[in-house]
Design a binder for this molecule. Structure first.
Ligand code: C2E
Ligand code: MG
Ligand code: MG
Length: 735
């Protein structure tokens, strides 16, 4: 306390005393206020003032001491504060600060070192200080200081005269608090947006909070749930004991997880994966439950569907190979134990490939579904019908299985499949071939039984389709033959033991050999498979046709070139191309390379494709043919009339030539149907601006008729059989 202040206080006290005195004496005409201090002291006639003054001083000293102590206490308090306190005067001089402030703002210098100095001189971040002082109004502000979140409150201090004399600024580090807030905000966001439903109940299991997902999953609006118990969700599908177990586990372990069926607001049952946790306070008293639930309906559906798919064929929904072999294994086990036979029918659709290739996979698929349904309708419930893949089906007969019952069922199926299938408005004739086997006679295990049934089915196919064959040991020999044929073909490709024959294509109006078709021969081939009809399908199956086909092309082109050099001019050589070759990604490149190597122009080559090849992958074909056309290569449709080609497609494909199949030529002119077909095809060719060649002309009558209906190009035994190159040359020169 300043001495003037204490004296002033003392004088005020004395003045009061004197007033009392004067009142008592009533002698002086003056009031104490009117006396100045010196007069007052001098006027102490009876020593009252001096005494009073002494008392006052003593009193003041005591007060001073007390204030000192208080001030020290205040300082200690200020220094232990987590906050920084700075007092600035109105000129921004530091008047006081606590230890936290010296640490934050004054580089550790204590208040005695900074007191009286301008903040801008001593403070490491004076702008913050001064800035805050400028708008000190006692309201808290947040700011970032040294990378921390700080809350600032600045208050102005006024003297008795109401003048602003200083500003006290309080900085509190609220980084942790802010972090907590941020976390809380984050948790709230998670709570709101998480896919799982979260539901919080109080200790009495009343719902106090839910997130949006709960509403999405259960369909309950928020206000129908808050305050209620989760009992509204009960589906009624669980026993009482289920919930009792749930609560017991929850009480014992503080946590429960499991699958539960609940009922939605709309009354629909949904499977949920749910976990419930207890929340307890520091004293261990239960305060809340938190339930997290995931809708697993789609997961369940997927699981069921996956289970089904793993064992069933997607298209027909029949058991697949996996499930079938499982059933077959069990059937054999039972049969072995109970000593009864088991029969197996291996069914393959006839001409399915044609339909698939020509009418497209969609029609093929629908047909397979129809076939599966027809099959299912023919067997008893106890029997298993399965689809092994492609157009292969199997039937497993367990009870009453015998040669006779298997044959009977096979016959029934063959007859049923002779009836056309109506698919996409089309009547499709397919038929089927069946091989049958019996356990234990034709195989002791599932694998052998199935393999032998397959072999029997092949035999059924070979001996004219639409039939059934029971397995016999000789059939295994036939299978072995096929493998041997494949081996022999491979050796033949390697050793180059094929030969190309050429059959002339004759323009009857000009009486000239205008071109030739190259046809492969295998002189050293096995007697049963020497003709291309027999070995080409095997080569296609094993893709050996790719190297073989390349050899054929090269050979034919080289031959054409040699003939040309020798003065034998032909318009083109026609080469048969299989679907497997056409589907090779480098097919076009290979053809072009071969043309270049053999110095043959594109227009001197014609490739022959059957309708089914063309319709197989119409887009691919259209593209390939367009590429070929760009190089001038001619394209002919071989065996025209035997497939399922669509005229509208034909029109879109760059085709030069239709080769009328031999089967329509054979009975000309006797058969009016064939005559009509031949006439129509030739008319069609003319309309589409195509050439037409009649294949398989054997008689002059056939030729005469064809000439009459406008077909001027022919090929057939009437003129020449396919022959070796040298013979062809002679033939063509002398024609
Ligand atoms: P394709 O392309 O329709 O060939 C015509 C077939 O009819 C040839 O049989 C030919 O010898 C035969 N032929 C020709 N004129 C007459 C006739 O007047 N009467 C009778 N009965 N038949 C006649 P080949 O050479 O046995 O060929 C059969 C099939 O094998 C060919 O039918 C073709 O699809 C395929 N093929 C032949 N050579 C090749 C080849 O180099 N590559 C490919 N991918 N397939 C070939
Ligand atoms: Mg041909
Ligand atoms: Mg042909």
């Amino acid at each position: 306390m300043s001495p003037t202040l204490s004296q002033h206080e003392a004088l005020r006290y004395i003045r009061a005393k004197v007033d009392q005195l004067l009142t008592v004496m009533g002698t002086l005409p003056l009031r104490a206020e009117e006396l100045d201090d010196d007069t007052l002291i001098a006027l102490d006639p009876i020593g009252i003032i001096a005494e009073s003054f002494r008392q006052v001083i003593t009193h003041l000293n005591e007060t001073n001491d007390r204030l000192d102590v208080t001030q020290k206490e205040i300082r200690a308090i200020l220094d232990t504060l987590g906050a920084a306190v700075v007092v600035l005067d109105i000129e921004d001089r530091v008047e006081d600060c606590n230890s936290r402030a010296s640490e934050w703002f004054f580089g550790g210098a204590d208040r005695t070192q900074v007191a009286g100095r301008l903040a801008s001189e001593v403070c490491t971040c004076a702008e913050a200080l001064v800035g805050v002082r400028a708008d000190a109004d006692g309201t808290p502000h947040s700011l970032s200081l040294h990378g921390r979140d700080v809350q600032v409150v600045a208050s102005r201090i006024f003297n008795d005269a109401g003048h602003h004399t200083k500003t006290v600024i309080l900085f509190t580090d609220i980084t942790q608090q802010k972090d907590k807030e941020r976390h809380l905000k984050l948790y709230a966001e998670v709570f709101r947006h998480v896919g799982e439903g979260i539901l919080i109940t109080d200790a009495d299991n009343r719902i106090i909070e839910i997130n949006d997902a709960i509403t999405r999953i259960t369909g309950y609006p928020r206000d129908e749930l808050i305050g209620n118990t989760p009992g509204s969700f009960k589906s009624g599908l669980h026993e009482k004991s289920f919930y009792e177990d749930l609560w017991r586990t929850l009480r014992e372990q503080g946590y429960w997880q499991g699958e539960i069926f609940d009922r939605t607001h709309a009354g629909q049952i949904i499977p949920l994966l749910q976990s419930i946790s207890e929340v307890r306070d520091a004293e261990g008293v239960l305060t809340h439950h938190i339930a997290v639930m995931t809708d697993i309906s789609s997961l369940k559906e997927t699981q069921t569907r996956l289970d089904f798919l793993a064992h069933h064929d997607v298209l027909t929904e029949l058991p697949n190979r996996l499930l079938f072999s499982d059933r077959l294994h069990h059937a054999i086990e039972r049969a072995r134990r109970d000593q009864h036979p088991v029969a197996l029918l291996f069914i393959d659709l006839d001409r399915f490939k044609n339909i698939n290739d020509s009418l497209g996979h969609h029609v093929g698929d629908l047909l397979l579904i129809e076939a599966a349904n027809r099959l299912k309708g023919l067997v008893r419930r106890a029997d298993t019908v399965a689809r092994l893949g492609g157009d292969e089906f199997v039937v497993l007969l367990e009870s009453t299985a015998s040669h006779a019952t298997a044959a009977l069922l096979a016959e029934k199926i063959v007859m049923a499949f002779k009836q056309p299938f109506t698919v996409s408005g089309l009547d499709l004739h397919i038929g089927c071939s069946i091989g049958t086997t019996l356990f234990p006679d034709d195989g002791d295990d599932a694998g052998t039984l199935l393999k032998n049934a397959d072999a029997a089915m092949y035999r059924a196919k070979e001996t004219g389709r639409d039939g059934h064959v029971h397995y016999s040991a000789e059939l295994s020999v036939a299978m072995t033959d096929k493998m041997e044929l494949d081996n022999a073909l491979r050796t033949a490709v390697r050793e180059n033991s094929f030969e190309l024959y050429y059959q002339p294509i004759i323009d009857i109006t000009r009486g000239r050999v205008v071109a030739c078709e190259a046809l492969i021969r295998w002189p050293g081939g096995p007697a049963t498979a020497r003709t291309p009809d027999r070995f080409i399908p095997v080569a296609e199956e094993t893709r050996l046709i790719v190297p073989l086909g390349e050899w054929i092309l090269r050979e034919a082109l080289e031959r054409l070139c040699a003939w040309r050099d020798a003065g034998l001019g032909l318009d083109y050589v026609s080469v048969n191309i299989s679907a497997v070759q056409l589907a090779q990604p480098n097919f076009i490149d290979r053809v072009i390379a071969l043309l270049n190597e053999t110095h043959v122009a594109g227009s001197e080559l014609q490739i022959e494709l059957t309708e089914n090849v063309l319709m197989g992958d119409i887009e691919l074909c259209a593209w390939v043919l367009a590429q070929l056309r760009e190089h001038g290569i001619r394209v002919a449709i071989d065996d025209f009339g035997t497939g399922y080609s669509s005229l509208s497609y034909l029109k879109q494909l760059p085709i030069d030539n239709l080769k009328i199949d031999r089967s329509f030529v054979r009975d000309i002119p006797g058969d009016p149907n064939d005559c009509a077909i031949a006439t129509a095809v030739i008319g069609l060719a003319k309309t589409l601006g195509l050439d037409a060649i009649a294949e398989g002309i054997e008689t002059t009558e056939q030729q005469a008729y064809l000439a009459q209906i406008g077909c001027d190009k022919v090929q057939g035994y009437l003129h020449a059989r396919p022959m070796p190159a040298a013979n062809f040359e002679t033939f063509a020169r002398n024609f």
